[in-house]
Design a protein around this ligand. Structure first.
Ligand code: KE4
Length: 425
């Protein structure tokens, strides 16, 4: 029953584009009215009609501890009593920058912003300023937020709404964006050979999660590290999703490949609006007020958001066993899907990120991800939703787990997935 959600959706459409503040939330590709959420605690999310569901969206990643972790909530509530925003430096920003540098050593110096989009946009500007080059190389199907120069073959929402490039982006803004094929070394080599001294940076999701989850082929990240060094370009790991998720030190720890710059979002704010970008001092001292690259933000380093981020990272730091627990639970779900549907699905899992593609092809890039039968995914999504399993309303997103998901909930989820795949495949 979703009466109140439907009523709210109609009301929302009167004053909000598509009734949502981010496109994927509209359930556009799964043919259902979106559920409006009233609350969430731990692994559970409750919609406005009182339906309680097991949540595998986790706010698209921030919810790695589960929703409304009591310790973080208490810290945030206390911080609110001291004021919401000052527009001045605070001790918490120092603490969060220290934590980031400790957990992600390649981010010796970092700047806080308010979203992943802002983090990537700023990192690219710094890379251009540092190298004095204009071109950026990205990968088809990877999504790095909605800044103009990156909305070329974006993944995530743009993939789902089947609009590969966004309207409103002048051709001039994307002429410096080169697009290669994920996991295809030759496509990267060709672009570097034809633009030998012009590429400022390669920006990559070290595990792609916006065309669904697509893992780096063995050696691919190492290859990107070498070719960027060879041509004097910077390597930017967009770890907005993988940061603090694949490992405490993110994908760069998980795969032992160190980028020149990293962007963060989601978990770094513990669910509050924070993005961050950073790298070694010589690069980051390009940033105003030290250097000539301008970047600013009224709410950057906000005291409430930094409280949530610090609280979340300190819990993760104190309990690194969480990553083994997350990987085990995700592995159970992945194995269930493989066992239930055999070659009729392709399942990718990286740590606690999972995607079940409705294709018999091995999904290793944008093209093979697109081979998925999205009508089957929509039916699968609806069957899970009707059984109280809340997963991504798009084939081209990831399923996320949290430390709050219990073994019983994972087993129940596996049962529901098994019967849904039996019906759909
Ligand atoms: P935000 O501006 O949405 O905080 O972050 C942009 C971004 C940057 N880089 C990566 C790798 C990302 O995945 C994202 C945003 N992720 C999507 C989910 N795939 C956010 C969900 C949404 O757009 O509503």
């Amino acid at each position: 029953m979703d009466t109140k959600s439907k009523e709210l959706f109609e009301a929302a459409k009167r004053h909000i584009p598509g009734g949502v503040n981010s496109p994927v939330r509209a359930y556009g590709s799964v043919g259902r009215a979106p559920r409006f959420i009233a609350s969430a605690h731990g692994s559970r999310i409750v919609d406005v009609d009182g339906n309680e569901m097991i949540d595998y969206v986790c706010s698209w990643g921030p919810g790695i501890l589960g929703h409304a972790h009591p310790q973080v909530i208490a810290q945030v509530q206390k911080a609110c009593g001291d004021g919401l925003s000052f527009g001045a430096p605070t001790e918490k920003e120092v603490r969060l920058a220290e934590l980031i540098a400790e957990l992600v050593p390649s981010m010796e110096v970092s700047r806080l912003v308010s979203s992943g989009t802002e983090a990537v946009m700023s990192a690219i500007r710094v890379a251009r300023g540092f190298t004095k080059r204009d071109k950026i190389l990205k990968f088809k199907g990877c999504y790095h937020g909605h800044s103009d120069g990156l909305l070329v073959k974006a993944g995530s929402g743009a993939l789902t709404t089947s609009v590969p490039d966004s309207a409103g982006v002048p051709a001039d803004y994307t002429k410096n964006t080169l697009v290669a094929r994920y996991n295809d070394r030759a496509s990267v080599e060709a672009l570097f050979e034809s633009n030998p001294q012009e590429i400022a940076a390669v920006v990559v999701e070290p595990v792609a999660a916006n065309m669904g989850v697509v893992l780096p082929a063995p050696g691919f990240l190492e290859f990107l590290r070498e070719i960027t060094k060879k041509y004097g370009a910077l390597l930017i790991f967009d770890e907005v999703i993988t940061g603090f998720r694949l490992a405490l030190g993110g994908a760069q720890e998980y795969y032992h490949v160190t980028p020149d710059m990293t962007t963060l979002g989601k978990i770094v704010g513990g669910g509050m609006p924070i993005g961050a970008y950073g790298g070694r001092r010589e690069i980051m001292e390009m940033v105003s007020p030290v250097g000539p690259v301008y970047q600013a933000g009224t709410l950057s380093g906000n005291p409430i958001a930094t409280t949530a981020g610090i609280g979340t990272l300190e819990i993760l730091k104190a309990d690194p066993g969480i990553y083994r627990r997350l990987e085990k639970k995700a592995g159970q779900i992945a194995e269930t899907a493989r066992r239930a549907a055999g070659s009729r699905v392709w399942v990718n899992q990286a740590g606690s990120l999972i995607s079940i593609f409705f294709t018999s092809e091995k999904v290793t890039d944008y093209e093979t991800a697109l081979s998925s039968n999205t009508a089957k995914y929509a039916r699968y999504f609806g069957l899970l939703l009707d059984q109280g399993i809340y997963t991504a309303p798009s084939q081209f997103e990831a399923m996320f787990l949290s430390d709050a998901h219990t073994q019983e909930e994972v087993e129940r989820t596996c049962q529901v997935i098994e019967s849904a795949l039996a019906e759909v495949c």
